[in-house]
Structure formats: C-alpha cells, structure tokens
Design a protein around this ligand. Sequence first.
Ligand SMILES: Nc1nc2c(ncn2[C@@H]2O[C@H](COP(=O)(O)OP(=O)(O)OP(=O)(O)O)[C@@H](O)[C@H]2O)c(=O)[nH]1
Ligand SMILES: Nc1ncnc2c1ncn2[C@@H]1O[C@H](COP(=O)(O)OP(=O)(O)OP(=O)(O)O)[C@@H](O)[C@H]1O
Ligand SMILES: [Ca+2]
Ligand SMILES: [Ca+2]
Length: 563
Amino acid sequence: MANAGGSETVVVAVSFDAPELEHDHGDAGQVRRPSRRLAPAGSGGRLMAELLGVFNGLTERMGEDVATSSSSRLLFRALKLALPALRDGGDAGGLSRALIVAASLADLQMDAEVISAGIVRQAMDAGAVTMADAEAQLGPGAAGLLRESLAVKNAPSQVDVADEEAASALRKRILSSYDVRAVILELAVKLDAMKHLDGLPKHQQRTTSLEVLKVFAPLAHAVGAGALSKELEDLSFWRLYPQAYAQIDEWLSGQEDDCKRVIAASKEQLLHALTADDELRRTVVGVDVKGRYKSRFSTMKKLVKDCRRPEDVNDILGMRVILDPRLGGDGDRACRRTHEVIQAMWNEVPRRTKDYITRPKGNGYRSLHVAVDVSKPAPDGKKRPLMEIQIRTREMDMAAVGGQAAHALYKGGLTDPEEAKRLKAIMLAAAEVAAQHLRDEPAGDGGQTAATAGVGNVDRAFRQLDKNGDGRISMEELTEIMEDLGAGGKDAEELMRLLDDNNDGSLSSDEFALFQKRVELKAKLEDTDDEYKKILREKLQTVDDTGLIHVYRKKLSDKLIVA
Ligand SMILES: Nc1nc2c(ncn2[C@@H]2O[C@H](COP(=O)(O)OP(=O)(O)OP(=O)(O)O)[C@@H](O)[C@H]2O)c(=O)[nH]1
Ligand SMILES: Nc1ncnc2c1ncn2[C@@H]1O[C@H](COP(=O)(O)OP(=O)(O)OP(=O)(O)O)[C@@H](O)[C@H]1O
Ligand SMILES: [Ca+2]
Ligand SMILES: [Ca+2]
C-alpha cells in the first residue's frame, strides 16, 4: 500500500466492522483484528483522519439517542487524551486494542462515560495516563468508573478462585459493591486481554484464564451480556484445557455444518407446520422459532462436570418455540398442541420429555421440553446428536429470560434463591442507573442545542472542532486540536492547505465534509481489497489442496521434521 503523504510511518485507524480469524480454533478464536490503514494526507492529515475515523465509528455504533452533543464532547476528549498517549508508547497495537474495547462497549449500548473510560483505560494500564489526567479531562463520572473497574480487576487476586465457594462469594460481592457499568467496562477490557495473552508467561496466562472462567464469564452472563460471556468462556476454556478443547472442537466442528443446516431446515419445517395447523391458527396470533448450536464450553461442562456420555447431551442442537396466544386464550393448551405437531413430525425420544408447564420448577420456570432424533433414516443414515425443543408462551419466555441472571448465578454456584432475588434487584437498579445515563443532557454551551443533536457524523465531528460555534474551523481551532494530538502547528498549516479549497484560511462545513468523504472512500477501497484478498486466498487454497503445491509442501515439511 502506498502512503500518499510519503512518510513511512504506519498509522493505525480502526475498522470496526472487519472481524478476522487470528487462530483457527473454532468459535474461541474469533479475534476482531483491526486492519492497518494508511491515512490520506501528511502526518497532520493522518492524525486528523485517525481521530475522525474513530470518532465516527464510535458515535455510529452508539446510535443517535446516545451520541448527543455532550456525549460526543466526552468521547472526543477521551480520544484526544488516549491517541497521543498510546501512539507515543510506540505501541500502535495498544491504540487499536483500546478502540476495539470502546467499540464493544458501544455495541453493548453503554453510555459515553463508560466508552470514554474504556478508551483511556489501556493508556492508564500502560502508565501513559494518570488518574488525575483522566479526572481532569473526562470529569468525575468517567474517573469514578475507571477507579471501580480497577477495583473489579484486582478483586480476584485476593481470593482463591479455584475454590467454588470463594469464587461465588466474590461474584456476589462485585455485583453488590460496584456500578454495573464499571463491571461491564472491566469485562470488555478482560475480553481484550484474553485475546492477547500470547506474549505473557504461561503461569500468568493460566491465572487470568481461571479468573475469567470462574469470575468474569459468569458475571457477564449475570449482567445480560450473553455473547460476551460465551466468548470469555470459550477463550479461557481453550487456554486452560487445550487438549479437551481440541477434542470437543473436533467432535463439534466435524458435524457443525451438517447440524447447522439441519437446525435451519427444521426451523422452517416446524414454523410451516405450526402456522398451517388448524387449531393453532384459531388460538395463536404469532409463532417464533429460534435455533442454536451449543458452544464448546457449554458442551464440555456437560460432558466433564455432569459426566454425561456424548449421546446423552441432548441439546447440542436446540430449537425454541415461542407462542403468542390470542388475548384470553389458553397458552398452556397451545404449547401442548405444538407438542403434538412435533410428535407427528419427528421421533420423540422416550423419557426425555420434561413438562415444566404442568409442574413448574422451584424457581417458577415454565416450559415444555422434548428431545427428538433428527438422524437420517437407515440405510444411508447418519447418526446425529439429539435435538432439544423448548416450547413456551411469550409470557413464559419473558419470565425465563428475566430469571436468566438468577439462573446463571445458580449455575455458577449460587444456590440460595433469596440471595439470587436480592442480586437481581440490585442488577435491575443498576441497569436503571445506566439507562438514566443514556438519557444524556444536551449541552448548554457552545451553541449546541437539543435541536442540533442527532444529526450526522460529519456535523457532529465538525461541531467538536468548531469550538466557538461560528460555523467555520479557524486556523487557531485547527492548531489547538493538532497540538492536543501531539502534532505541531506546522501539521495544522499543512492540513489547512490541503482542505481549504477556496483559500480563505478557514474550513467551512462543506470543505470539511469533502475531507470526510475522501477518508471514507479510502476506507471503503481498503475493505474491498481485504475482501478480495480473502476470497482469493480461499480459491488458491483449493488449488493448493488438490494440486502439486500440496505435495511439494508435504515433502518440505517431512524434510523439516527430519532436520
Ligand atoms: N432460564 C431458565 N432456563 C432453564 C431452567 N431450567 C432449565 N432451563 C433450560 O432448559 C434446558 C433443559 O433443562 P432440563 O429439561 O431440566 O434438562 P436437564 O437435562 O435436566 O438439564 P440440562 O442439563 O440443563 O439440559 C436447560 O439447558 C436450559 O436451557 C431455568 O430454571 N431457567
Ligand atoms: N433449545 C434451545 N433453543 C434455543 N435456544 C436455546 C436452547 N437452549 C438454550 N438456548 C439458549 O442458548 C444460549 C446458550 O445455550 P446453553 O446450552 O449454553 O445454555 P443452557 O441451556 O442454559 O446450558 P446447559 O444446558 O448446559 O445447562 C442461552 O442463552 C440459552 O437461553
Ligand atoms: Ca470556528
Ligand atoms: Ca475555506
């Protein structure tokens, strides 16, 4: 790739939407790696493009409601603080990692305080930013979150997390002592750490992985971040038990494609049968069918902890039917009718059916579970794992999902239902606090009113740079921001020359928009380039596997082994 500015320095701008596989070991290896990009102009232009690229990526992810003017000001300040600190450390990777953490927090719909704390946390861990800097630039809210996230980070070192009781007590203590947003911040930082353990000593890799498995992954589940929890679990499982992971992975990935196809086809088939059924057409207004393939770690737990045989894990393939009964209709009966429809379609496995609708579980959980055998019929029959189908009404589903946090804590070792209820109340209260933070105050100064909030990215960024709100970015304003970014006044002059189309010495919003367009186009081209590269790599791989190159490579590796 050529650098238009002529300099050799590679600057990292982050692509938030280009996940790439770093290791090929199934789900756990899904590491989102930012692509390295060269920004368009000279060093001043690069810095500015970097700042804008990141700012736009984040505000887009946060959604219009969240990215109001005072939020974007906070984000901008965090970026200004972290960008020079992380790049001066000579660690370009640190910068992109910080921004991936920020992006994942934005995806979790965290507010600007949490995201800005996420951006500077890496720089703080690297010693490049002090708590005083963070407090001065971001204010007491974000600084408080940073303080609490560090306390959450250090909490496991005080207990023996291998001891289940101690781990359980620690999880409870963390949930009841800290702002849930600080917990989520630490979880996002932890996921990033789990993806970058390679350079660390082995013992440290193990300690971190164990803490994640025992403390942080269950916490992620408890605060409702299910996908984060799954990723944390599978990564720590892979680190701690590489051989077990490899075995489960071999078992699951060998049949994964086939099973996923079966799930997709069965979903369609079942939905069709249910919507065509006369009785259900009369009694139900909506039907939803979901499918899922079990994760590596969840499967391992069943096999190892419950000592089950593989054939007894009956939820490798899973479907869930959610029914919306007519107003005042009999939801329980609709579930039973669904059961009958299923019995007519597939072979129900005897003694695997559990009717928690007639007899709800102690915690109030209601659902009808059946296991069906979806193996291909003999003689060409292929033995597949069983499929679990959960049947419930919308009301039962809401209660089950609401109770999931308590269920997760229960699964993580918390057996006292009263304690679980108390924790749930704490979490709900914490979520309410987070929601309040999401309802951001429009800024009272700088000419930014609620009416101007919620406009596009270009305007949002422009308003950050146009400090006095006169509708132009002056040379002074540009110089100030470049200096904040660690670049000199010369860079600002260079950038102004580049962007100031009508040579009036300042930037109008049109001139600025043009610059943003150029940055975006370059990013788009690079994305397409990456995509083509991937497709070509796959195509060339096919040639490789069937042709001469393969034989040659095998000979070479034999030689290497002998040597
Ligand atoms: N939210 C929630 N889900 C539950 C609860 N109990 C069971 N489930 C779900 O139903 C599935 C099957 O549970 P059971 O029918 O009791 O089967 P089991 O073999 O005894 O239990 P598992 O080993 O958990 O599958 C579980 O894997 C969960 O997905 C509960 O109390 N709350
Ligand atoms: N049969 C199913 N159909 C659709 N989704 C499911 C099904 N079973 C579980 N899920 C959902 O998929 C996610 C992960 O499933 P997983 O099997 O790990 O959870 P679980 O069923 O609670 O665990 P376990 O059965 O090991 O106790 C959870 O969010 C769960 O609600
Ligand atoms: Ca101005
Ligand atoms: Ca101009």
